[in-house]
Write a protein that binds this ligand. Structure first.
Ligand SMILES: *Cc1c(COP(=O)(O)O)cnc(C)c1O
Length: 435
């Protein structure tokens, strides 16, 4: 390095750390976060990407742009409503506020009137019961997989869970519900075949070894053609005949039937058909935080709540707060996106297309990881060159478009209307960078 080398002018770490602007931008962030931002900016200066004089400004910009965690908020322009890679359901404003309110000390297990300990999460439980009056009792756990393990372990550890072969579901990332249940000591007794299961198949398997009868909604795939499954009322009759509990995993967490999703079972329907307990996810079609919902007959729900494993899958106070606010609050973003008016989606897409000089094409949205495979949600998207996808993802705000058929499609369905201006700016910036 000679005396003229600009790299000699790169400020030292302690000097950058002591800069008043850096101190301001870094207040509230961890020391390590700030130090990493400084080292990164110095490296960029050494590589010639940043002038040595701009290192402090680069650190301030990096600290201001990032939040306290490295999770980056993303505008979901894919048209996929419950997007697994984007954290499933986005929370409503009410649920976000509830999260903040619950983040300090809260009376989650305290009666402020008496000063005595109270039942944990009683308000969230009551909100669930109000939303689903067909249930006698409710329990909230960490997620639906946790609820399934709890139910099958509490009801069938050391015994058999009778389930149709057509309902062996892999939920993603290689996790299979069957492995999950067997991991805690219940044995699975498969009945029927992949496409057809009859009442007689269940009858042959039920007996003194049966811990429970389980029906799982195949939420992420569909078997068409020569198929047959035993409807819930008939399973109820079998459960009564053999004196075993009937557990139903509906997966998606629809509270009541939704005409837009004709084949998606709801918690209400399963309870009406006589399930002892119904379980579902909180962050799919219910539109709330990650949670496992357990609803059903008081005796069975309480048996699960008292089982030791319940403590290991307990929901935290943030979940309880956000779930209650979702259930009591205004329509959740998931419901809004599912029922978005196609005419309005077209107007929004056309406004964006006009602003950035692109064209609008018909584009079907999807329910996504939440269920309803094969259901097309009619809508519109703005068609951009495929090369716009990466700059959109790396932009501020980050935008996730759908890359399909050699194009980059920007679908406004899952973007809050209040963010249309930010989306337009992001698309404009991404396109400018292409020339
Ligand atoms: C999604 C799903 C699960 C797993 O739910 P998590 O909340 O992710 O644990 C279990 N069963 C069914 C039928 C599902 O669709």
């Amino acid at each position: 390095m000679n005396a003229e080398d600009p790299r000699r002018r790169i400020p030292r770490t302690d000097r950058v750390l002591a800069d008043p602007g850096v101190l301001r931008a870094g207040a509230g962030l961890g020391e390590e976060v700030v130090r990493t931002a400084v080292v990164t900016a110095q490296q960029r200066a050494r590589a010639g990407e940043v002038a040595p004089e701009d290192v402090v400004a680069a650190v301030v910009a990096a600290l201001t742009a990032r939040g306290a965690s490295s999770l980056t908020p993303v505008l979901n322009a894919t048209g996929v409503v419950v997007h697994t890679n984007l954290g499933r359901a986005p929370l409503s404003d009410a649920a976000r506020q509830a999260l903040l309110d619950a983040s300090g000390y809260v009376d989650v297990e305290l009666d402020l009137g008496t000063g005595q300990r109270s039942t944990r999460g009683a308000a969230a439980r009551q909100a669930l019961l109000n939303a689903c009056p067909a249930a006698e009792d409710a329990l909230i756990v960490n997620n639906c997989a946790g609820a399934l393990v709890l139910a099958t372990t509490a009801l069938a550890a050391g015994r058999e869970v009778v389930i149709s072969r057509g309902e062996f579901v892999e939920i993603g990332a290689g996790f299979r519900l069957s492995d999950l249940m067997e991991s805690t000591g219940a044995r699975l007794r498969e009945v029927g075949t992949t496409n057809r299961t009859h009442t007689g198949d269940y009858r042959d398997a039920l007996g003194p070894d049966t811990g429970c009868l389980l029906k799982v909604h195949p939420s992420n795939f569909r078997v068409d053609g020569f198929t047959s499954a035993v409807p819930l009322p008939q399973l109820r009759a079998l459960a009564d005949e053999f004196g075993v509990p009937l557990v139903v995993d509906v997966g998606s967490g629809l509270l009541t039937p939704d005409p837009a999703l004709p084949h998606e079972p709801s918690l209400w329907e399963a309870l009406e058909a006589g399930a002892d307990v119904v379980i579902a996810s909180g962050d799919k079609l219910l539109g709330g935080p990650q949670a496992g919902i357990v609803l059903g007959r008081a005796e069975t729900v309480q048996r699960l709540a008292r089982f030791p494993l319940a403590r290991a899958v307990r929901a935290d106070k943030l979940t309880l707060a956000a779930l209650e606010a979702t259930l009591r609050g205004p329509q959740a973003p998931v419901a809004r996106a599912l029922h978005a008016d196609p005419a309005r989606l077209r107007e929004r897409a056309e406004a964006l297309a006009a602003a950035v000089g692109a064209e609008v094409v018909p584009h079907d949205g999807r329910v996504g990881g939440g269920g309803a495979p094969g259901v097309a949600l009619h809508g519109w998207a703005v068609r951009l060159p495929e090369t716009a996808a990466q700059p959109l993802r790396l932009g501020r705000p980050a935008v996730l478009p759908r890359v399909h058929d050699g194009a980059c499609l920007v679908d406004p369905r899952c973007v809050p209307e209040s963010e249309d201006g930010a989306l337009q700016e992001a698309v404009r910036t991404a396109l400018e960078g292409l020339d």
